[in-house]
Design a binder for this molecule. Sequence first.
Ligand SMILES: [Fe+2]
Length: 251
Amino acid sequence: MIKTFDLISNSDVTIRKALASFVQKDRVYKNNYLQANYKKAFDGYSFIGQKDSLNQYDTDMLHSFVLSDFQEVEHFPKEFHPFLKNEWKPLIKRIKALELASIKKLNNSILEQLYKDDVIGYMMSCNYYPKPLKYSAFAKNNTRLSAHKDVSLFTTFPFGIANGLSFFNEEKNRVAVGEKNTIIQFSGYFLEFVSQHKIKALEHQVNLPKDLNTERYSFAIFSIPKPNISFWLGNKKIESNNYYKKYLSLF
Ligand SMILES: [Fe+2]
């Protein structure tokens, strides 16, 4: 279900600083970077209460910024440039190696072909959950982030994970992951899609903390089919943007 690996670096200092400083900027500045301005996969900023975010509900209690290798670095806010210029490539290289190792074990030639054909690209969801005190009245099912499956082939938390993430196991019981100082990897909906539902995506959520004065950061890397391409799954031709639509229709 969830796989763990040794950390590459336990330092999310650069990206955490970038996200914190972006979130503190005024609304006018941040609005330049909404998903509607990028229109490429899931790239861009989503704020608390936003009705038209592609990756969070208006009841979710986080600010998120999706970075990717689908754009030039310069298209992202300058706060993220040091991370994207200095840390992105080695991080993705390591994540990709872990994914290829996981895929080898699955012994699935269609999946291996996707990597060989350069179909798979990477995005990173950078998430900041402010103290939920002032939002908790709106909390849905006692969550900060409601239950969902990811759009990804794999989702990887490269810097470990803070308390709060829980998932549903095969018996439909909720299991808390707890704080982890290891890389965490789990399957997303694209793996479910490609395997024709033989391998299930992990349904997960972030619970409200007991102490409503607790902030939270998380950084998750998603492998997904690159935007605006078509690719083959066996003898079936798929448009990546149609896959995104199919995924979004789950919600
Ligand atoms: Fe998720």
